[in-house]
Design a protein around this ligand. Structure first.
Ligand code: KG4
Ligand code: ZN
Length: 341
């Protein structure tokens, strides 16, 4: 990858859009010098999901410590930084505001330029970190707790949405099904784990197709089918095999994500395909894409699991390309909970 600046560019990145308080120092968009993540999962588990007010409060408590740790681990001082990149949307408004206010305060006090970053652009850019050879154009499936998007990455930071979910995001469906079968929060990793002991062909859950757009997704029907199955077992007094339900549900989600994504890659004549977002950490999804892409001679890219779920290194990678394009945010940068890509 050709360097865009004639000197090294050091970016401090901050991510607080949901329930991870994260900071990272990234060099030239692709080299991670530190990646500190304080996850609040344990705090939210007892409520069965993220409680926005608790998330915001915890971000406030942790943010300074996480940033100091990121700078320390990277052995970089504030004076050496070229920019501060921060997620400003989409996400929980109170949570986003903590990161945005912190980034603005540091930028104002130090004079270091501020760059607002889109959270999904961050997820996609996680692929640049571990695949130094990856350059646009390619297609990326972004599947997380809040989003399921098929995106054509035309250039760095230049995106065209090909398809998206009509209802629940893939991760949201994982979380809801996990709760229904008694696995608790967060559902994705738990379903991933228990599925290894189950039969993915035990229960034929439906694979929804959207008539108007072959690249859109729908996961709420799949989730309802699981709930109906659980109900009917209960009414008939039949036992439920958690592992079989998890494995069958997971297979249904993976089948749909793989089929729609690879259909788009073929139809739009791309030869590179990447995945991103929390659901991209799913072992069955990664294996399925690896196999199917190899069969079709499509180059397949995925970040390692720690860079799939929320982190700040991915924001540093996306922020670098924005910085190089001349993007600078003002002190009026605000949190935008429903920011569009
Ligand atoms: O990207 P992320 O950390 O946050 C959002 O931007 O939403 O994604 C979190 C989502 C959760 O719904 C979680 O259950 C799901 O990603 N997830 C997984 C796995 N790890 C996390 N889903 C399936 N399999 C996994 N291994
Ligand atoms: Zn995310």
């Amino acid at each position: 990858m050709e360097q865009l600046y004639n000197k090294d560019v050091l970016i401090l990145a901050i991510e607080t859009s949901c329930d991870e308080t994260a900071a990272s120092v990234v060099k030239n968009g692709r080299e991670v010098l530190s990646n500190v993540i304080f996850t609040q999962i344990a705090l939210h588990t007892r409520y069965g999901g993220v409680v926005p007010e608790i998330a915001s409060r915890k971000h406030i408590e942790k943010i300074n410590q996480v940033i100091e740790e990121a700078l320390l681990q990277a052995r970089v001082t504030l004076e050496e930084l070229d920019a501060i990149a921060v997620t400003y949307g989409p996400g929980l408004v109170g949570a986003l505001l903590v990161g945005v206010s912190e980034a603005k305060a540091i930028s104002f006090a130090s004079g270091i330029p501020l760059v607002g970053v889109h959270h999904i652009s961050g997820h996609i850019s996680a692929n640049y970190i571990e695949h130094k050879e990856l350059e646009p154009p390619f297609i990326c499936l972004v599947a997380s707790g809040g989003h399921s998007h098929l995106v054509a990455v035309k250039d760095y930071g230049v995106y065209e949405i090909i398809g998206m979910t009509r209802d629940d995001a893939a991760g949201e469906a994982f979380d809801k099904v996990a709760r229904a079968i008694g696995l608790g929060y967060p559902g994705g990793p738990k379903i991933d784990k228990i599925s290894k002991e189950g039969n993915p062909d035990a229960i034929p859950f439906p694979r929804a197709k959207i008539a108007e757009n072959a690249y859109d997704f729908s996961f709420s029907g799949m989730k309802s089918a699981v709930l109906n199955y659980l109900n009917s077992c209960q009414m008939k007094g039949e036992p439920v095999c958690q592992a079989d339900v998890a494995a069958s549900f997971q297979k249904a989600v993976v089948d749909v994500l793989v089929e729609h994504s690879l259909h788009a890659v073929r139809q739009f004549h791309y030869d590179k395909f990447a995945i991103a977002g929390g659901v991209a950490a799913n072992s069955s999804l990664r294996a399925a894409f690896e196999t199917e892409c190899r069969k079709r001679q499509i180059s397949f890219y995925c970040p390692s699991p720690v860079l799939c779920t929320d982190n700040a290194a991915m924001i540093g990678a996306a922020g670098y390309y924005e910085f190089c394009r001349g993007v600078r945010s003002g002190y009026d940068l605000n949190a935008v909970p429903n920011l569009k890509l």
